[in-house]
Design a protein around this ligand. Structure first.
Ligand code: KIV
Length: 277
């Protein structure tokens, strides 16, 4: 796809404008995108934030979890998304292994994502990574936190499991998650993704924080919502409670390809009108 000139009609979404949405009460709409084509389309729809998420590893690369995604892959996808010149704020995900080793490593890799075109970075964790968030924000790297069901913690959690429940076999960590949320805010993050927690816990965190919360599988009381694009479009088939397929592009892709194939096989494609003379 050719590089698109910037759309003059809509104002660029910035870090301060996202932060201001909590005060004004306007709900934040965020969605993932991993390439220029879909970034341009979701931007045309008017989303506030585009997350170049490490879910690319699952919904595009076919991996079972996000754990194997590399920083180089994230840089590649951030570059593609920025080529769409979105008005939406671009958030680049730091993948597993890109910030765990040291504060220096975390800042260095966040700088690489910003140089690739991200306007902010996201990383998973609370108190354990607050020093990374503090160092990044000190050096003007805007940070989105991510707590709750953090997919990079797949092996510790024993799967993608709802966190912070008060009963059942996976109960616990409620107070720990509230501490994590405060730690992320105090370290300087400008927004916080809360994933896979009970609705009342997300609501409590949202009430207590001054930065906006963006929920996924966290109920309707957050300051915004994020979903994975391939889930919204019906291009994934994970049976997740918090996923809604707004269209079934999976079925439509199969149907269109079947029709094309049938026309190739019976010799009706291409016809004369689609031929050069
Ligand atoms: O990588 C991603 O897409 C995410 C969302 C699920 C929030 O982190």
């Amino acid at each position: 796809m050719a590089e698109q000139p910037p759309d003059q009609g809509r104002r660029k979404v910035t870090v301060p404008s996202i932060a201001a949405m909590k005060a004004s009460g306007e709900l934040i709409g965020m969605i993932t995108a991993y390439d220029a084509v879909f970034a341009a389309l979701v931007d045309q729809a008017g989303v506030d934030m585009i997350l170049v998420g490490d879910t690319v590893g699952v919904v595009v690369q076919g991996r079972p979890t996000t754990v194997g995604v590399s920083l180089d892959e994230m840089i590649y996808h951030v570059r593609m998304v920025r080529r769409a010149h979105p008005k939406a704020l671009v958030v680049g995900d730091l993948p597993f292994g890109a910030y765990q080793v040291s504060v220096e490593q975390a800042v260095d890799n966040a700088v690489s994502l910003l140089k690739a075109g991200a306007e902010s970075v996201k990383l998973e964790g609370g108190t354990a990574i607050a020093d990374r968030i503090a160092a990044m924000t000190r050096f003007d790297i805007p940070v989105v936190g991510h707590i709750g069901l953090t997919p990079q913690s797949y092996h510790r959690m024993g799967g993608h499991k709802v966190q912070g429940r008060t009963s059942g076999t996976d109960a616990g960590q409620r107070e720990g998650l509230i501490e994590d949320a405060f730690a992320v805010e105090q370290a300087g993050a400008f927004a916080l993704v809360i994933e896979g927690v009970p609705r009342d816990l997300a609501a409590e965190i949202t009430r207590k924080l001054s930065i906006p919360t963006i929920g996924i599988g966290a109920g309707p009381d957050c300051d915004g919502q994020v979903l994975v694009l391939h889930d919204v479009l019906g291009l994934s088939d994970l049976p997740l409670k918090f996923v809604k397929h707004y269209v079934d592009l999976g079925a439509q892709t199969v149907a269109a390809t079947r029709q094309y194939l049938a026309e190739v096989k019976d010799g009706t494609w291409p016809d004369d009108t689609h031929s050069y003379h």
